[in-house]
Design a protein around this ligand. Sequence first.
Ligand code: ZN
Length: 191
Amino acid sequence: MKACESSSRPLPLCPVSKKSVPEHFRFCPSCGSEKLALRGGKCVECPDCSFTLYFNPTCSAGALIFDQQGKLLVVERANEPSKGKYGIPGGFTDPGERLEEVAVRETKEETNLDIHSVKFFASFPNVYTYREVSYAVTDTYFLAKVDSFEGLEAEEGEVAGLHRVDPKEVPQDQWAFDSLRNAIAKYLAEY
Ligand SMILES: [Zn+2]
């Protein structure tokens, strides 16, 4: 990894606190120094002990699951961010996990469906704001199949509803995230 260097890309800012992740740090997590410096927007560096911490984007994976009629399975989000908007089954990677495994695991958790034939489709950057911290995320999208939609069951507390929709008929502002909006546009252009 290169030394802490500047980036021309703007930092994703938290709409509430107006702070990106590194800007929430006030003291060096290693030695407690107050001289912690924000370098280039994606890492903090301590001039007293040389401790350096990077904030590279987090990865997520989601499953694009279409039925025989070409309807997409969407997850109506029960919680912020984007409560009430449409996402797809998906979530963040755990350490050591493959993106394909994330798509399978999160789909099982959120919908109770077992997907297979998981194939990479696209990736897009996103900003995910949780409890007043804005995280830079790389969202990845996978095409996946199910043998049956029987047993479909929304995860309590996380999913407000499961729907099968024609993606062409969903208003643009109903999609939960810019990255998903981009993935849907790419899908509609290619299929
Ligand atoms: Zn330090």
